[in-house]
Design a protein around this ligand. Sequence first.
Ligand SMILES: Cc1cc2nc3c(=O)[nH]c(=O)nc-3n(C[C@H](O)[C@H](O)[C@H](O)COP(=O)(O)OP(=O)(O)OC[C@H]3O[C@@H](n4cnc5c(N)ncnc54)[C@H](O)[C@@H]3O)c2cc1C
Length: 381
Amino acid sequence: MNRPVWDDRDWRPLPKLTGTQRADVCVVGLGAAGLAAMEELTALGVTAVGLEAYQVGAGASGRNGGLLAAGLADPFNDTVARFGEAAAATFHRLTVQEIERQAEEMPAIVGRTGSLRIAADESEKAACAKHLAALRYCGLAAEPYAGPEGEGVLLPDDGIVQPLHRVRAVAQRLRQREARLYEDSPVRRIVPGSVVTDQGVVPCDTVIVAVDGRLETIFPELAGRVRTARLQMLATAPAPEVNFPRPVSYRHGYEYWQQLPDRSIALGGFRDQALAKEWTAEDFPSERIQGRLDRFLREHLKVRAPVTHRWAASVGYTPDGLPILEEVRARTWAAGGYNGTGNVLGVLGARAAARLACGVPSDWAEALAAARTHVRRSCSV
Ligand SMILES: Cc1cc2nc3c(=O)[nH]c(=O)nc-3n(C[C@H](O)[C@H](O)[C@H](O)COP(=O)(O)OP(=O)(O)OC[C@H]3O[C@@H](n4cnc5c(N)ncnc54)[C@H](O)[C@@H]3O)c2cc1C
């Protein structure tokens, strides 16, 4: 219980931090985001230490649905309505570029399959039509879809990833370049000029906290701007009785599934069926949500194969739909709050944090700033 389907190989643990390791920057959290920050800092020639409380990918980065989605969490038309066409198009372009980059860099782990958004009812069909029209109006790839999964939109720019293999591959690559990464080293205190763990300390100029779920427990000043939620999934034994060539998101993205290369199914969703209980920092599966997933698996997806895995993890949601990327305290940056879709957004956000922390401009940060300016202007009209 609480083991993701992705965890199919042994991992040679990284050392624990003991003693003092000086660096320009200390990165807290070694999920996809923290590792991306480490890569960016290395590329910028800055010395860095990365600290992970448990293992690389122990959080949502190694326990998610494996969809690489273009754009922000909300559909493109809603992003345009909220943040303006220019910012929405930039978010889309930069996320597509990042999916392409990952697919080129890790072809065995990342696939460019596209994805389906399937409508659960007539009103969502209308929403899909608006989604499709907005993408096409901006010259972005999208096609109407009707097939065995239902009716909706085909999003050809999206992809899939084996999320735990991805973070482990990035960590290994960093280790080969002698990057200083430490596991089993929970950060207990961040004070000006140093980051403290149980057995070690990292004196540093700058800290980047790359933690999606529970960000507001590390930075209480972010309470109200980011909120931790639990997302849950299950996976089955091979299910040759069904065929899903592409990942699917359903009912406004609340449910999502994909069929893995061995034909097993990974399915997540139903957070909204017990919303009050799912706003929690607990990260183990609950009977209620797992029961809903079981029913959907049997009745809607028609899968007969037995369930082999059940798991959960924490993510951060923001009321305005924009990820958090900011210098929360002097020389201390926070990146998180990806609204359930951080596989691509987390990498872009943490890389941007690394650049800004080093005084280097970032297209991603500029797009976020433009979106916030658009919101402020719209509110003052
Ligand atoms: C069930 C589920 C399904 C999802 N499906 C998708 C999907 O299909 N597509 C998508 O794009 N996104 C999906 N997401 C969201 C996505 O997984 C996350 O947004 C993304 O992985 C966040 O990456 P991160 O590196 O910011 O955070 P995390 O992966 O949570 O990494 C943060 C790391 O920080 C560590 N940490 C925390 N506190 C400390 C501390 N004090 N000291 C040291 N280390 C610390 C944690 O142990 C963790 O390893 C899903 C999430 C879940 C839970």
